[in-house]
Ligand binder design. Structure first.
Ligand SMILES: Nc1ncnc2c1ncn2[C@@H]1O[C@H](COP(=O)(O)OP(=O)(O)OP(=O)(O)O)[C@@H](O)[C@H]1O
Ligand SMILES: [Mg+2]
Length: 265
């Protein structure tokens, strides 16, 4: 298929942002042993928008948590800019599925939280938060508290919060999964715009093949038991991507077969 290329050649000549070597993770919980990740080796270059796709339990969240520095892998190593991960860092912004905003802070204060921790002055926090909320389509929401916002609004605030410190890497775990189709489509478009402006590197976990093909420049397909990478595909479809185009559908069917789906979602 013409959309698949060997990325190992490109990876060898550039300095990767992320390099995972033979990564493995086992959860051993007394009630049993689960091999969540096994022999995962991959490199990600700066500026890539990588979507990680696969069925429930294939280790997507585990991989993201390792990259975020929340989980220490049982095996192998991960380097970010040639350095081993020592724990969470403002260099890596994280967006979870369930919004996870601070309920006692306004939207603006949530967005400015990382900057406050970094000791940035109030005027800068205010400017960055207002600008990001405007770019994400929430110019009026800065003084509202999370309980006053809809799910889609909360997720915009969570994205703005992750972007505020300008992290080199944005890690997103099914951030749009709980949203309705219209909100989801609109946030996908805004995320593509933001990524194209900032050239940030994004690792975006999703269950949804169409979402991965709309967003990603690269698609990593995983399978469970044990969690492994089964396909690594460069998505070179032109933007804006149309779900009705033959190239989109050809790639969709290819990915659906790779994850064991015979029919369209
Ligand atoms: N804290 C934990 N303790 C024990 N087992 C765990 C733990 N977290 C995850 N697992 C197991 O590890 C495997 C991978 O889980 P993970 O959450 O990474 O999958 P996932 O691909 O993100 O799934 P989903 O799409 O449902 O979110 C699963 O079999 C899961 O049951
Ligand atoms: Mg998960």
């Amino acid at each position: 298929m013409n959309v698949r290329v060997d990325v190992s050649i490109a990876s060898a000549v550039q300095r990767p942002l992320i390099a995972c070597h033979d990564l493995g993770h086992v959860y051993d919980s007394g009630r049993g042993r689960t091999v969540a990740l096994d022999q995962v080796s991959l490199t990600i270059q700066p500026g890539e928008f990588v979507c990680v796709l696969g069925p429930s339990g294939c280790g997507k969240t585990t991989l993201l948590n390792i990259l975020a520095g929340f989980v220490q892998p049982s095996h192998g190593e991960v380097l970010i800019n040639d350095h081993a991960i020592a724990g969470p860092s403002p260099e890596r912004g994280v967006v979870f599925q369930d919004y996870s905003l601070f309920p006692w802070l306004t939207a603006k204060a949530n967005v400015g939280f990382g900057l406050r921790m970094a000791g940035r002055p109030a005027a800068e926090r205010e400017a960055v938060a207002s600008d990001l909320l405007r770019q994400l389509g929430l110019p009026e929401a800065g003084d509202k508290y999370p309980f006053e916002l809809s799910g889609g609004m909360k997720q915009r605030v969570a994205i703005a919060r992750a972007l505020a410190t300008r992290p080199a890497l944005l890690l997103m775990d099914e951030p749009f999964a709980a949203l309705d189709a219209m909100t989801r489509a609109s946030l996908q478009t805004r995320l593509i715009d933001l990524q194209q402006q900032s050239a940030q590197t994004i690792l975006f976990v999703t269950h949804n093949i169409a979402e991965a093909l709309v967003l990603g420049t690269r698609l990593i397909v995983m399978s469970p038991n044990p969690g492994r990478v089964v396909e690594d595909i460069v998505v070179d479809l032109e933007r804006p991507r149309r779900r009705t185009s033959p190239a989109f559908n050809e790639l969709y069917d290819h990915v659906a077969r790779a994850i064991g789906l015979d029919t369209a979602e």
